[in-house]
Design a protein around this ligand. Structure first.
Ligand SMILES: Nc1ncnc2c1ncn2[C@@H]1O[C@H](COP(=O)(O)OP(=O)(O)OP(=O)(O)O)[C@@H](O)[C@H]1O
Length: 339
């Protein structure tokens, strides 16, 4: 449904030092899925999402939406095809001097849609975002979460097949963030809208994405299903992002305080391995003593992952055997480093 193929974006600079904001990036979002792009500030996220609807023209590469190659369309055809693509932004981009109703109605008017159809759509989509009672309010009378709901209704009212989300929850508190993420899940499930989002927050990826791309300095450094990325991250940057959700490193202080010797292991349980008493089997079969330092459960859109950080006390030989056993049972095993 959305495809960027070998997209490179180079911004020329007057001083002659060009900036490569995206370097040969390929992403492909299937119809009905939610894909997320995560990266630190300056990684190229905004450039990528702006290339997806050609708000930014790639220096090289091709962009498709719903099988149509945007990069070879005339301006007129591009304008028409863009109607398939809605967009929401971090700072909502509402007209301050217009009511909620008009914020949604004005762009529809510009598209030449009839007054009665506009009235129908405004009410329909305000109901979907649960804000019908605010139709006569002005943006200054709304909370951040409500403003984003209006922006979502405005995007939906053009009945797009694709929604691009540019850090849509970054300006919101955690509770409001959750409610907006739930709304995005609802419109994905009920209206079948394909979503591509950019974010620097791993909890956004965790809660709503089927698939993740990690970008750094314009390069796509890692990608995979959200479950794979959370259980088997490869790149240090991906691990750093995951560290914001659950601990992947131990601080020097913790090591000192616990007076740890031997191995500290992170065990990630997924699928069948979550239902079995594997740690007690390890204790019985390999004579190691697991001391649990932390435990948590991460709920992803498409599954649940259990994490245990364990200090395994025993001879090196016994510890190695128990780790091999756990891996054979489908548990991801990672030795934790120190910060
Ligand atoms: N119009 C532009 N002209 C020149 N350089 C640009 C332009 N837009 C972006 N860049 C540069 O491209 C690189 C990627 O920027 P981009 O805004 O895509 O990153 P980002 O990941 O969205 O960052 P942030 O999260 O801070 O918005 C940065 O080095 C930025 O300075």
């Amino acid at each position: 449904m959305i495809k960027l193929e070998n997209v490179t974006k180079i911004f020329p600079s007057k001083k002659g030092k060009n900036v490569t904001a995206l370097d040969n990036v390929t992403i492909s979002v299937n119809k009905g899925e939610i894909h997320g792009v995560i990266g630190y500030s300056g990684a190229g996220k905004s450039t990528l999402i702006r290339c997806a609807n050609l708000l930014e023209t790639p220096s090289q590469g091709k962009v498709w939406i719903d099988g149509i190659e945007l990069t070879k369309l005339s301006k007129e055809k591009l304008r028409k095809t863009r109607q398939k693509v809605g967009m929401i932004f971090q700072h909502f981009n509402l007209l301050k001097t217009a009511t909620v109703y008009d914020n949604i109605a004005i762009p529809l008017k510009l598209l030449g849609i009839s007054k009665s159809e506009i009235a129908e759509r405004v009410i329909k989509y305000l109901k979907i975002v649960d804000l019908a009672e605010k139709k006569d309010a002005y943006p200054s009378q709304l909370s951040g979460g409500q403003k984003q709901r209006v922006a979502i209704a405005r995007a939906l009212s053009q009945e797009p097949q694709v929604l691009l989300s540019d850090e849509a929850t970054s300006a919101l508190d955690p509770e409001t963030t959750n409610s907006i993420l739930e709304l995005l899940l609802k419109i994905n499930a009920e209206l079948g809208i394909t979503i591509l989002l950019i974010t620097h927050e791993m909890n956004v990826i965790q809660k709503i994405c089927d698939y993740v791309y990690v970008i750094e300095n314009g390069d796509l450094i890692e990608q995979g299903s959200t479950i794979d990325l959370f259980t088997k991250p490869k790149q240090p940057t991906t691990k750093k992002f995951l560290n914001t959700i659950s601990q992947r490193k131990l601080s020097d202080r913790l090591i000192d305080d616990l007076n740890l010797e031997g191995k500290v292991i992170r065990l990630t349980f997924l699928g069948e391995s979550t239902g079995q008493p594997l740690l007690s089997k390890v204790t019985q079969q390999f004579y190691v003593e697991p001391n649990i330092l932390s435990a948590n459960i991460i709920e992803l859109k498409n599954g649940i992952i259990g994490n245990l950080v364990v200090h395994l006390i025993g001879s090196e030989h016994q510890v190695q055997h128990s780790l091999s056993f756990l891996q054979e049972q489908g548990v991801e095993v990672e030795e934790l480093g120190v910060n």
